[in-house]
Design a protein around this ligand. Sequence first.
Ligand SMILES: Cc1cc2nc3c(=O)[nH]c(=O)nc-3n(C[C@H](O)[C@H](O)[C@H](O)COP(=O)(O)O)c2cc1C
Ligand code: SF4
Length: 484
Amino acid sequence: MWRPPQRIKWLPKPGTWPSAEVAAKSRLFSPVQVGPVSLAQRTWIPAMVPWRATDEGFVTEDNIEWYARFATGRPGAIVVEATGIRDVPSGPLLRIGDDRFIPGLKRMTDAVREASGGETKVFIQLIDFLSIRRRPDPVKFIERFLMITDRYREALGMPGASDDAVRAKILTMPDAEVDAILTPRDLESLRSGFRERVTDVHMPHIRELPQVLPGLFAAAGRRAREAGFDGIELHYAHAYTIASFLSKLNTREDGYGGAIENRVRLPIEVYREVRKAVGNDYPLGCRFLADEIIEGGNTVEDAKVIGVEFARAGMDFISLSRGGKFDDAKQPKVGEAAYPYTGRSGYECMPQYISDDFGPFGRNIAAGVEIRKAIRAAGFKTPVVLAGGVHGFEQAEALLAEDKADIIGFARQGLADPDWFLKVKLGRGEEVIVCEYTNYCEALDAHHQQVTCQLWDRKQLDEPGIRKTHDGKRRLTPPAWQRG
Ligand SMILES: Cc1cc2nc3c(=O)[nH]c(=O)nc-3n(C[C@H](O)[C@H](O)[C@H](O)COP(=O)(O)O)c2cc1C
Ligand code: SF4
C-alpha cells in the first residue's frame, strides 16, 4: 500500500470513555431515523468484504457467524459486504443476481436479528463492477492479444507488414521503445492488465450499461427485501461501475457522461428503478465518494452537487467514503490483477497508522461536513454517515454534537472489537480492544484471503467449536467478550 512520504507513526487516541449514565444521554447512543426505519443508536458498521462466500457466491456458515458476531455488539446498523448484482462468477464474493441466493442471505439476516435481540438493523451493499484482467506475461500479450493497427505499422516504418511481422518486431524492442509506441490503453493492458472503463462505448455491453443496470439493481433490490434486509446501500463508491459514471473522468457522449447533470443521471435512474422494486416504505440510500483523490477526478465540489441531487431524488441516507480507485493503483505482479487500494487514493480510503502530519484519523471529515452542509442548504434532512479512523467515543460524539454528521461509521474499529458499541454503552469502554490501524486486515482483503484482525485471530485457538481459516492457523471471529 502507498503511504505518505513523511512516514509519521500514529497511535490510536480513543480518549476518555463515558460512564453508562453519560453514554445513555449521549447523541451517539440516541436513535436516528433512516427513511422509514429507526436505528436504536447512531453507530454503523460500514461494508467490509471478508472473503467468506463460496466460489459460487453463496452465503456460508462462516459468513453467518461473521455477521452474527458483529451483531452481538448491537451497533445501530451493519452493512453487509459489497454483494454482486449479476449472476456471473466473481470468486468468493457474495452474490444476489438470482433468486437461488435468497435463502442463504435470509439465514444471515435472521442470524443478525437473533444475535442482536432485534436491536441492530442489517443493510446490504449492492455492487456492480466491470471486468479487469490479470497482468499478462508480456510475450504472450504481444504475440496473442495486442491488436495490430496501421498506427503501429506506421510508427515502426513497416507499411503493409503482416500482423505477425509487426508482433515479431515489437518483441525485439527494448521496453522503453515499446512503451513509446503503444497507445496508453495498450500500454496499460501490457503493464497492468486490461481493465474495462465506462467510456469503452465501442463495446456493446459497456455502451448498454445505462439500459441494463437499472433493471439488474432493481431485481437485486427486490431479492434483498425478500431476504429480510432492513435496507439497501447502493455501492456508488470506489473503483466500481456507478462510481465511474459519477467521475469527472467519465466523458461518455450519450447523455451519461461529461457535465455533472449527465454523470448523476444513471445513478439516479438506478436509484429510481430500485425504489420502484422495493417501495417507498423501505430504506434505500447509497455510498459515494467525498473526493476521488485522483488526477482529473471528482473533488468535494463535485461531491456537493452529487449529494444534493441524491437527496433531491429521495435517498434515505448518504454514506461517504473517499478514494479507492484503480487509476493510481500500484502495478501488479505478472499473473495478478491491479487492486484499487494500493495507491494514494487507496490510502485515503483506508488510512494506515504510518501517515503524514494530519494522521489517519478523520481524513474524510472536512469533505463530509461540506457535503452535508450543501445538502442541508438545499433543504434536505438526509442523514449522512461519516467514517474513517473513528475509534473513540469522544471523537464520535463530537462529530454529532458539532452537527458534522448524523451517523458514525466504525469499519476497522468494528472489526477489531465488535463489542465496542456494547462495552461503551455499558460504561465499560476501558475493555475496548482499540484498532491500531495497521491494515493487516486490508492486506488480507487485497489477496482475497479470509479477513481477520491481528489483535484477535491467534487468540484461544484451542477453543472448542471455533471456525478457522483454510490453513487452520487463524480463528475467523473474535473470542466472546468475558463480561465478568
Ligand atoms: C477488509 C475491508 C474490506 C472492505 N470492504 C468494503 C466494501 O465491501 N465496501 C465498501 O464500501 N467499503 C469497504 N471497505 C472500506 C470500509 O467500509 C471503510 O470505508 C474504511 O475502512 C474506512 O473506515 P474505517 O477507518 O472506520 O475503517 C473495506 C475495508 C476493509 C478494511
Ligand atoms: S487488523 Fe485489526 S488492528 Fe489492524 S487495522 Fe485491521 S482491524 Fe485494525
